[in-house]
Ligand binder design. Structure first.
Ligand code: SF4
Ligand code: MG
Length: 352
């Protein structure tokens, strides 16, 4: 599948009085057209800031410091090649970025109330989003909005469009936000914990809805969650983040059946048995051993070393581990594999 998004060595820092928080600290990954990529990690690991950087909605004192975010615009059907747009070079408030944001890349958040305006009906907000990105009349935009509301399973869509957010349930608000996000047929949907605030039943419905819509519309999804059960259900590839960095990247199968990084293994241990009934929602990562160090005081060497049971003294607490490829596209940032690699390629002589 063709490339859609390439993030390379992205650094997004927050400049606070107390010091600099390296919220995203050299993150690189790619998303292909139609692919679903999960991003997991505990709160504060930089998942949301990575997403907000792609959308260029990082608020001061946060700032993209360096790196590249290349968006491969899906080529028009007239045979012209698709452009590659360097998002970090665009003015966040300028028209080109505003056209990408909400048009080609859109986002749904955990709590729709923070992104839906309380003083406008949900329908008007979807209509406004449609009219910002497409040359259609207001009547046509309303027709499209009702069409999207039907698609996302809103009951009585022609009536629901005229409701205010507070008149809808949490699940219905999340459906409204998904309708708004998908109304312009984006090639990438970023979903930041879209079901975390919902009850189990509603969560299952929303996840099913997202899978159905993806099958129908073919967009790629960057799915941010701290719920590994959701990752197992929703994604093909997974990125594990810890303290602003990617510590492991793998296919969903390798992540669950052949995890490499000690942090990934810890995350997996913290979830109830696969397939157990609680997996859907009770799979929170909060319960794992130790706590994330304070963001101003990133430990020297491997940032995970104070919590790691495999820590190699004199190595892990001194030297930053390199990113190591362990085959099958799986990448891990850990000394255990870095030091194993040269040994692995030395030909065996003992048995000869
Ligand atoms: Fe643990 Fe060392 Fe690997 Fe870090 S580099 S995860 S401390 S073994
Ligand atoms: Mg977050």
């Amino acid at each position: 599948r063709p490339l859609l998004l390439e993030v390379e060595d992205l650094k997004t820092y927050f400049y606070l009085d107390e010091g600099v928080v390296r919220a995203v600290d050299g993150v690189s990954f790619t998303i292909r057209r139609g692919q679903t990529v999960g991003v997991v990690g505990e709160s504060g690991c930089g998942k949301s800031i990575t997403a907000r950087s792609i959308m260029q909605i990082v608020r001061p004192p946060g700032k993209i410091v360096s790196g590249s975010i290349r968006f491969h615009r899906v080529p028009p059907s007239n045979g012209n090649p698709g452009e590659i747009i360097e998002i970090t070079k665009l003015d966040p408030m300028g028209k080109p970025m505003r056209m990408i944001r909400g048009g080609e890349i859109s986002m749904v958040f955990q709590e729709p109330m923070t992104s839906l305006s309380p003083v406008h009906t949900v329908g008007d907000q979807v209509i406004e989003a449609i009219m910002l990105h497409q040359l259609v009349s207001k009547e046509e935009a309303r027709r499209l909005a009702i069409h999207m509301f039907t698609k996302v399973g809103m009951q009585q869509p022609t009536r629901t469009v005229d409701r205010y957010p507070h008149q809808l349930s949490g699940g219905m608000r999340q459906r409204a936000m998904i309708a708004m996000a998908l109304s312009c047929n984006p090639s990438l949907l970023i979903a930041d914990e879209p079901t975390t605030a919902l009850d189990v039943t509603t969560e299952a419905q929303i996840l099913q809805l997202m899978r159905d819509l993806q099958r129908e519309l073919g967009m790629a999804i960057m799915f941010i969650t701290h719920n590994l059960g959701v990752v197992a259900q929703m994604t093909e590839a997974v990125i594990v983040m810890y303290m602003g960095r990617i510590v492991e990247q793998a296919t969903v199968d390798n992540l669950f059946y052949a995890p490499k990084h000690p942090y990934t293994r810890l995350l997996l241990k913290s979830i109830p048995k696969m397939g157990s009934k609680a997996m859907g929602t009770a799979t929170r990562l909060e319960s794992i051993r130790g706590t994330v160090p304070h963001p101003y005081a990133i430990p020297k060497g491997c940032p995970f070393h104070p919590r790691c049971s495999d820590m190699i003294p004199g190595v892990c607490d001194v030297v930053d581990p390199p990113v190591v490829s362990v085959g099958d596209g799986q990448m891990v940032r850990c000394h255990l594999y870095a030091s194993a690699q040269p040994r692995d390629i030395i030909p065996l002589t003992a048995d000869q």
